[in-house]
Design a binder for this molecule. Structure first.
Ligand code: PEP
Ligand code: MN
Length: 354
């Protein structure tokens, strides 16, 4: 649509598209609204669409992914959160930090306080864990979600947690600000369709052996159902290299940014699996232009119930934030300063008899 197209014009174009038997996806951008059209079997016949008021042009998208592509929406998608200055995809980097798993209230609060004091705006933590062994800690379930919700209230952090399956999805969605879809579920198409029907941001992690096209097609599943708020996450892929848990593929960041308007963040914790490599690869991720980072932090990693060996200490996270703040500035990006929310004081109780 043209930059100044009105809401009525957008609506009229969507109605025309739907009346032709297609699905219309109005995706607002900073400059203008793009309307993606899906559901066409062969070439789309634009008819008189191009003549409707407010329409700039009708473009045929030849790529297999459409709604995620820059052909449909040129400007970057920025995902914002009401009541918070947290975002993904804008000038500010989206910094996510926290433990691999929520283990207890005390553990989660201790870590959340430290990462908030360092300037992170998002707290991560698994309540439902995809573990290689069925005998390993599987997560606290709903109790873990409740703890995360308390952390949002106490520290003003937005929270991110994984939905492991369709069964836990709605419960997770009730509590969280961002739904994480893990690497092992990147091609769980029925789960992708289900999160696509929700109206809540989704962080989609790259599958362990997924190509760029497969990664974008997985995101397309979510957008095709009407949820346009997807954050991609590079978390390393399997290669023959065995000095790290996975091989962090930083080259996918500019590759994604060339093709797609969606934000992409980097997870150097799962990407390397080694505490001593998390900070260097975080610096590199910011330098390569990532829209954010996802970092596992634990105050007592030797006793962590999952991923202790790749979790950094809170003081290492402080230093990491200092370093990436300087790197981001060179690229005219920004790592936000801490904004500490004071604990809510109990409302004064009116004295009886007055
Ligand atoms: C996680 O973030 O803790 C996780 C399990 O990640 P991934 O799906 O990338 O392995
Ligand atoms: Mn983990």
């Amino acid at each position: 649509m043209k930059a100044h197209a009105t809401e009525e014009q957008v609506h009229a174009v969507c109605e025309r598209i739907e009346s032709l038997g297609y699905r219309a996806h109005a995706i607002p951008g900073a400059q203008r609204t793009a309307i993606g059209i899906t559901g066409n079997k062969g070439a789309f016949e634009p008819g008189t669409l191009e003549e409707m008021s407010g329409v700039q042009e009708v473009i045929q998208v030849s790529k297999p992914y459409k709604l995620v592509s820059r052909d449909v929406k040129e400007d970057d998608t920025v995902i914002r959160f009401t009541g918070s200055d947290a975002s993904f995809g804008g000038r500010d980097l989206g910094i996510v930090a926290g433990p691999c798993s929520i283990e207890s209230r005390e553990q989660a609060f201790t870590i959340a306080e430290r990462i908030a004091k360092a300037g992170a705006r998002f707290f991560r933590g698994g309540a439902y864990k995809p573990r290689t062994s069925p005998y390993a800690f599987q997560g606290m379930g709903e109790d873990g979600l409740r703890i995360m919700a308390e952390i949002r209230d106490r520290f003003g952090l937005r929270i991110i947690t994984e939905a492991l399956d369709e069964e836990s999805l709605h419960l997770v969605a009730d509590y969280t600000d961002v739904i994480q879809i893990g690497a092992r579920n990147m091609q769980n198409f029925s789960l992708l369709k289900k999160v696509g029907r929700l109206r809540k941001p989704v962080m989609l992690k790259r599958g362990m052996a997924a190509t760029l096209e497969e990664f974008l097609m997985a995101a397309e599943y979510i957008l095709s159902e009407g949820n346009y708020e997807v954050i991609l996450c590079e978390r390393g892929v399997r290669t023959f290299a065995d000095h790290t848990r996975n091989t962090l593929d930083l080259s996918i960041v500019p590759a994604v940014q060339r093709l797609s308007h969606l934000p992409i963040v980097v997870d150097p914790s799962h990407g390397t699996g080694k505490r001593n490599k998390v900070t260097p690869l975080s610096r590199a991720a910011v330098a390569v232009g990532a829209d954010g980072l996802m970092i596992e932090v634990h105050h007592d990693p030797d006793h962590a119930l999952s991923d202790g060996i790749q979790s950094i200490f809170p003081n290492q996270f402080d230093e990491l934030m200092n370093q990436i703040r300087q790197i981001a500035a060179i690229l005219h990006r920004n790592v936000q300063e801490p904004k500490i929310q004071e604990p809510k004081t109990q409302p004064a109780v009116a004295k009886a008899g007055r």
